[in-house]
Design a binder for this molecule. Structure first.
Ligand code: NI
Ligand code: MN
Length: 262
């Protein structure tokens, strides 16, 4: 083999190794999960249906610039009225015609602000769309919208369980403290993947999120709602440390904003 060929060969092997995704094992069985920073996620179903969860993008210091622009969205799920969760919901819905799935009180507010395609649902209910079952579940938090010095009621805060057409199930906890009924969410919906806040101050910290993971019993957990602002002090390192010790059967996937698993 000529020396230049050898160099080429080594380089292509190196490229191949580098291009293997961080988590080479199959996680989503065809469902793509992209972390957009804070509590924002993009989920793409095996059929190409695009879901945005809590799309706080343009004002999110952690969202990579190239992911702040949304070209396609079919569903936008918003857990509660706080600005770091409603985020760009109105602009994305306007641009893409996506349906906004929320609790009715927040839905009324968004409709008043011009949203045309709001699906108001409530906790315990399941909405079926594009072959997916979306269940709204409890979250232990508050919910409101601040406009100037006014605080507007936005209904209850919530979490979502999304069951894709292939059975793969994702639980997005929203902003929440630890609550015992996470055990029921684990037993009834059997999420494969749970997205749990760990930042503390407004939500669970790593210790409580570890307990939540124990109750949920999902195969994978992605930590969220940490590191965005200085007040969110919970770290992924601490979460991984506690999870390894206390819930070893659940694998923690620490995603950098912009990173995708599938
Ligand atoms: Ni909140
Ligand atoms: Mn929040």
């Amino acid at each position: 083999m000529k020396k230049s060929n050898l160099v080429l060969c080594v380089m292509s092997i190196l490229l191949l190794v580098l291009s293997v995704p961080l988590h080479a094992e199959e996680i989503g069985r065809g469902v793509k999960v992209t972390y957009l920073g804070h509590a924002a996620f993009k989920l793409v179903s095996p059929n190409g249906v695009v879901i945005y969860l809590d799309p706080f993008l343009s004002g999110n210091p952690k969202t990579p610039p190239e992911l702040k622009t949304v070209e396609k969205a079919d569903l936008i799920l918003v857990t509660h009225g706080h600005a770091d969760h409603v985020g760009d919901t109105l602009a994305i819905a306007e641009k893409t015609n996506a349906k906004i799935v929320v609790i009715p009180e927040l839905g009324r507010y968004l409709t008043r602000k011009g949203a045309k395609n709001v699906v108001g649902m409530n906790k315990g209910g399941t909405y079926t769309s594009h072959g997916m079952a979306i269940t709204m579940v409890h979250a232990l938090h508050s919910s409101s919208i601040t406009e100037g010095d006014q605080v507007i009621y936005a209904g209850d805060p919530a979490g979502f369980v999304i069951r894709f057409e292939n059975g793969f199930t994702v639980y997005h906890a929203g902003d929440t403290g630890l609550f015992g009924d996470m055990k029921l969410i684990g037993e009834i919906y059997k999420p494969d993947l749970s997205l749990l806040p760990i930042g503390s101050h407004f939500t669970m910290d790593p210790r409580e999120a570890t307990y939540a993971a124990k109750l949920l019993g999902s195969k994978y957990v992605i930590p969220m709602h940490y590191g965005t602002f200085p007040v969110l002090t919970g770290t992924a390192e601490e979460f991984v440390r506690l999870m390894t010790k206390e819930v070893p059967k659940t694998k923690v996937l620490v995603l950098k904003p912009g990173q995708m698993v599938q």
